[in-house]
Structures are given as C-alpha cells and as structure tokens.
Design a protein around this ligand. Structure first.
Ligand SMILES: [Zn+2]
Ligand SMILES: [Zn+2]
Ligand SMILES: [Zn+2]
Length: 273
C-alpha cells in the first residue's frame, strides 16, 4: 500500500493565504517541508481521501492523473477537504471523458449533495455516489473501508475518519484528521483490528486541544490509549494536518515527536508498506 501525503495543512494552508504571522513568515523563508498545502492523501493510484482546493496544484506537482482515480473518500464538507465546484470540470466541454461512470465517491450525504449541485448542469460523466453511515463496511476491489465518526463539527454532523483494510493481506491504515480525541465507540470498534499505519490530526501543534482537533500532548494521549487497548504497538505513527497557529516549524515538530517514535508528515512524503 503506497500512501502519498499530497497536502498536510489545515484550512488556510501554511503559509496562510492572508497571513504574515511569525510561523507563516518563517515558512515563507525556510520553504522545504515547512510549505504545506491543503490536506489530501492518495492511496496507490486509484484511491484518494478528500478533494481540497489544492487538488490542481497536487496534480501538476506530482504528475497525477485524476482520470485514474476510482475511489474518492470525503471526510467532511469543510472547504479545505471538499472543493466541490471542481467537479463541474467533468462536463464534456472541459474533458475528453465520455459517459464515464467509473469514479466512486463516498461521504456523508451533505458532501454528496454539494458535489451533485456542482454537477447540476451535466450528467454525462456523473460519478457513482455513495452516501455512507458510520461503521458501514464498504467493499472496494482492494480494500474494505470503514467510516468512523470523527470528533469534529457539531454532534448532528457526520464527519468521518477512515479505516482501510487491504483485502490481500489484512494490512490496515487509519486516516484520522479533523478529529479530537476519538469517541469511545471508535476505540471499541478499533479493538477488532491491529493498526499498521496511522495518520493523526495535530492541527494545534505546540498548543493544546482535545476536541475538534488535537495538539501535540493530546496526540500522545491517543497513542497511549491505542497502545493500551492493543490496537497499535510497533506500527508507523504519523502526525498530519497542521495549522500555522500551532507555531512549530517542521524541525521543531520532529524534535518533539521523534523520541515518541512519531513521524511528522510533509507534503510529498510517501510510506510504502
Ligand atoms: Zn481540515
Ligand atoms: Zn500565519
Ligand atoms: Zn474540518
């Protein structure tokens, strides 16, 4: 399973679009791993999590071809994770695709509605939409995928984190951004699995947060709890989805997390397992 971190920032990117705070100024000067675009992850060539406003940049930077994308999982309809207007460009005026219905899109019904609205003018290349529910077992050719409820937004909303289980060998990847401390029902559900690779929210960086998003200390709490429940032991633990408000540069993140065996994601990072 090849996991490619296309973008590793929170909503406004880092440097922020309209921000000249210390953290953004440093990132502008230092560049490299401190430049973070809006969150997205690609799994192999056909699977992707989220469609952020930087999807075009990711495509050009990494030589991606989204016509090969067949399974798109939307975590939640916040703008930095779902730039739904882009789907208008599946109209035949803008693409050589003809009657292509090979793209499957999974998400909360609100995310699906937003994409459908953007495609109202056209149906010739309509994706296959899947409005999904928490803990539902999704069957794709290569993976079973489980949407789990994220501690993010309001209780009535349905943001997801996703657990991928590869059919061929049972290897697992948990993508958990835009969430605070996991709900008890999520820990309970995860007890049935052994996680090989996890990518966890660390939006607040040097600051602290237990709900909606996580800070550096709270990441350790989640890790501890996963270890205590034997859901995670010596796998690969990654932090991801960073805001400039969290202050730390990439090197400072590494200094804190390295002793805890935690990898700090950066744009373009790849994990193969
Ligand atoms: Zn986000
Ligand atoms: Zn800033
Ligand atoms: Zn969000």
């Amino acid at each position: 399973m090849k996991i490619r971190f296309l973008g590793t920032a929170a909503a406004e990117g880092w440097p922020g679009l309209f921000c000249s705070c210390d953290a953004c100024t440093k990132a502008r000067n230092l560049k490299g791993k401190n430049i973070r675009s809006r969150f997205s992850i690609m799994i192999d060539d056909a699977y992707k999590i989220d469609f952020p406003p930087d999807s075009y940049y990711h495509m050009v930077r990494d030589g991606l071809d989204y016509t090969k994308l067949k399974y798109l999982f939307i975590s939640h309809p916040h703008f930095d994770h779902l730039s739904s207007e882009e789907f208008d460009f599946r109209r035949k005026w803008f693409t050589n695709l003809r009657n292509d219905h090979s793209l499957n899109i999974y998400g909360w019904s609100k995310s699906i509605k937003m994409i459908k609205k953007s495609m109202a003018e056209s149906d010739e290349n309509e994706p296959i939409f899947h409005a999904i529910h928490k803990f539902q077992k999704i069957n794709t050719p290569d993976f079973y995928v489980y949407p789990l409820p994220a501690n993010h937004m309001q209780p009535k909303d349905k943001p997801f984190i996703y657990l991928f289980v590869r059919k061929s060998d049972g290897k697992t990847f948990l993508d958990a951004h835009d969430t605070g401390m996991f709900y008890d029902e999520v820990f309970e559900f995860l007890k049935k699995f052994h996680i090989d690779v996890i990518s966890l929210d660390c939006t607040h960086g040097a600051l602290s947060s237990l709900n909606n998003h996580l800070g550096h200390q709270e990441v350790l709490l989640v890790k501890e709890k996963l270890e205590k429940l034997h859901i995670f032991d010596n796998g690969i633990f990654i932090v991801n989805h960073f805001s400039h408000n969290g202050k730390w540069m990439h090197e400072e993140f590494e200094k804190f997390f390295k002793p805890h065996n935690i990898i700090v994601a950066y744009d373009g990072m790849e994990i193969d397992f």
